[in-house]
Ligand binder design. Structure first.
Ligand code: GCW
Length: 716
């Protein structure tokens, strides 16, 4: 064989084998796959690094940098002992060692966790400087630099000075000690009830730690808010300590969800009344025991007097009494209490109003290391809700947003739904509590009311699945949450773009259509599940699939869809206006009046706030019924489009992930039609109006759909 033919064949085989390299998703957005040649060239010289190394955190930052250089451009980091010899200078407070113009000033804007990445002129040559005030800042700066490389940014005139918007940026794992995960759709818990030895698990925990550090997450609550009192036993405290040791260099603290009745259940005290000294003493001792094992333990997360969980109200005490007792126990060690405001009881009053009614009277009564944790919407993580009226109403209390990253109500890990637009919608909502511009972001990040602490939490979608999140695209929701927790001003598109480039490829022919898919995905879900402000139409316990008809004898009415949609012959929707439950009153003007009037209420929340006749005229002139049909059909069409766009991308990425996503989109397309038909055919039994003739006919039969039994085993 001629030599050039042989070389050609060899390179062709090599290409084939590269293409066929299976990708499992296990490395998340930290794959560090080889960059295209033209992007690489700029970075090669930066592998000559001066790294001021003085602690465990710097050590892992340097390890990461080495991994990235090796993977992205195939070179080793070459450490230099003198700044002058290097191209990349990294380290804490570098200006104290080397004269770098402007750095000292930049670091003044970085706070504790921030960093500066600057291109500087150093004695006539260009260098890149990564510096910060703390070890954590160096870690975050390193990951930011790596991200610039992963996404092919030029470093030539880079000038970045960042500081996170929130002090505490946490994941909440709803992981039970038996290894199951409440509302988890990516396999069992990575933390609990594991067969493998801890040594063997470490690798997985390190990837977890790196992924979180790369997006700035600095805390993880390791167990479910429906907390087992056993978590406070010595054995579990030791297990927490082991995990804390692995996460510590990555600047991630561990937190624990605690059961309010622990003193009685675990400590065998007569009760858990927070005003009793022996109860307080019990908590003080427990907290000391924890800090003896974990000196940098973060604190407690508490779900109390909610959905059957015990709490201070069991003893006639308030949320503030309960939270403050724990806060005082944690205070000497610098720990915090995150006290959840997700409370509702079968009181007969509108569920959406209850948290506000319980918490607003307590404003100003929480200890300074308590943060009240509020779900983004007033009901429960629906595909679309207005923001919770608690934001802005508690002016003298530290308040944090809780988002759900796991897709309890958005198709589990079967549906592609990019959640950054949902989170942005909430964070950018103007509460008007202190005039225009009082966004949810500003009432929670401390810039409006200067609360003691600022924080944000996301309910994790992580499990033992090899790709961590079940659906490959669900990784994007973990990623995006972290990025927004760091900087809520980022654009959803920008976050999506960087995630795609890091996770799949920099090829614009892939990136652009995938970005398009992601950016339309959440609204598609809203359209085929709960358009126009509808909510809670899903199966009442598993929360998957449409069941707007469900009636369960003996069940609480506010668990059932009919409580929320109130469809009848006269119309559909929950009247929360002044003539109904008056939930609108909990919002500040001008929102209150705007929501109160169907003519001014945003149409995407219309049926959240109003019960309207089927022939109500929408702004477009169509009837409410027709409009509802158009939305459901649009949702289905959108998924079809997402599918078609994805199908065209075959061959641009590895086959494994391509086909996996393709399969999931097929499920999503089928289920979008299921949702559409179930909801429309059921509502039609009340509206008695035809589905507009220009739309295709439903493909299901209502009676058949109502007989379907949902099998959870296929979805976990
Ligand atoms: O969203 C609902 C879920 C429950 C969850 C609860 C909560 C952890 O259906 O599974 O319990 O909210 O947030 O406490």
């Amino acid at each position: 064989m001629q030599l050039n033919k042989f070389v050609f064949l060899l390179s062709w085989l090599l290409m084939l084998s590269l293409k066929a390299m299976p990708e499992t998703g296990e490395h998340l957005w930290l794959r560090y796959a080889t960059l295209p040649q033209d992007i690489q060239s700029e970075y090669v010289s930066f592998s000559k690094v001066y790294f001021l190394d003085d602690g465990d955190t710097e050590k892992v930052a340097l390890e990461e940098l080495s991994l990235a250089f090796k993977g992205l451009i195939g070179v080793d980091v070459r450490l230099q002992n003198k700044p002058a010899k290097s191209k990349l200078l990294m380290g804490k407070k570098l200006h104290q060692i080397v004269n770098i113009p402007g750095l000292e000033e930049a670091l003044r804007k970085c706070g504790d966790d921030g960093f500066a990445i600057q291109s500087v002129d150093f004695k006539g040559t260009k260098k890149i400087v990564v510096s910060a005030n703390t070890d954590a800042g160096i870690l975050y700066g390193t990951f930011a630099l790596i991200r610039l490389m992963q996404t092919g940014q030029t470093l030539d005139s880079v000038n970045i000075v960042e500081q996170p918007k929130y002090e505490f940026r946490l994941l909440n794992h709803w992981d039970n000690l038996d290894g199951t995960v409440e509302r988890g759709y990516a396999g069992r818990s990575i933390w609990w009830n594991r067969e493998a030895s801890f040594e063997a698990l470490k690798q997985q925990y390190l990837t977890y730690a790196r992924a979180n550090a790369s997006i700035g997450i600095n805390g993880a609550v390791l167990n479910n808010v429906n907390a087992d009192p056993k978590v406070l036993s010595g054995d579990y405290i030791r297990q927490f300590a082991r995990i804390a040791d692995v996460l510590r260099p990555y600047h991630i603290k561990v937190y624990m969800s605690v059961n309010f009745s622990s003193p009685a259940i675990l400590g065998r005290l007569p009760d858990s009344d927070p005003l009793k000294e022996e109860v307080q003493q019990w908590w003080n001792n427990k907290v000391k025991e924890i800090y003896d094992a974990i000196p940098d333990f973060g604190g407690f997360l508490v779900k109390a007097n909610s959905e059957g969980q015990p709490g201070p109200q069991d003893f006639g005490r308030s949320h503030a009494d309960g939270a403050n007792m724990l806060a005082r126990a944690l205070e000497p060690y610098g720990g915090i209490v995150m006290w959840r405001a997700f409370v509702y009881s079968p009181s007969g009053d509108d569920r959406a109003k209850q948290a506000y009614k319980e918490f607003v009277p307590l404003d100003g009564r929480f200890h300074k290391n308590v943060i009240v944790q509020v779900k983004n919407g007033p009901v429960d993580f629906q595909p679309r809700e207005p923001f919770s009226p608690l934001f802005g109403a508690l002016k003298n209390t530290s308040l944090m947003v809780e988002f759900q990253i796991t897709q309890e109500y958005l198709g589990f890990s079967d549906h592609l739904a990019f959640l950054a637009p949902l989170q942005k919608e909430c964070l950018d909502s103007d509460t008007f509590v202190d005039g225009g511009g009082s966004t949810v972001a500003r009432v929670t990040d401390g810039s409006l009311f200067q609360q003691e602490h600022s924080a944000i939490a996301g309910v994790a979608n992580i499990g033992r699945d090899t790709n961590w999140t079940g659906h490959h695209f669900a990784q994007a929701n973990w990623y995006a949450f972290g990025r927004l927790a760091w900087n809520h001003a980022l654009k959803a598109e920008d976050i999506a773009r960087e995630w795609i480039e890091m996770t799949f490829t920099n090829n614009p022919q892939f990136v652009d259509p995938v970005l398009n898919i992601m950016m339309r995905s959440r609204e598609a879900v809203v359209n085929y599940m709960t358009p126009l402000g509808l909510h809670h139409l899903m199966g009442w316990n598993h929360h998957y699939g449409p069941e707007p008809w469900t009636e369960i004898e003996g069940a609480r009415p506010d668990w059932l869809p009919r409580y929320y949609h109130k469809a009848s012959e006269t119309g559909i929707g929950f009247d929360r206006s002044q003539s109904g439950s008056n939930a609108v009153e909990q919002y500040a003007e001008p929102l209150r009046s705007m929501f109160n009037n169907p003519q001014t209420c945003p149409e995407n929340l219309l049926l959240w706030f109003h019960h309207l006749p089927w022939d109500y005229r929408m702004s477009s002139g169509t009837t409410l019924w027709d409009d509802l049909c158009y939305h459901y059909y649009k949702g289905v069409d959108e998924v079809k489009l997402m599918q078609a766009m994805w199908d065209r991308l075959r061959g641009m990425i590895d086959q494994e992930r391509f086909e996996h996503v393709q399969r999931k989109l097929k499920i999503q397309a089928r289920e979008a039609r299921w949702w559409r038909d179930a909801c429309l055919l059921y509502f039609q039994t009340f509206s008695k109006m035809p589905i507009p003739y220009e739309l295709e006919r439903p493909e299901h039969d209502l009676e058949e759909l109502m007989k379907l039994k949902f099998d959870m085993t296929n979805h976990n």
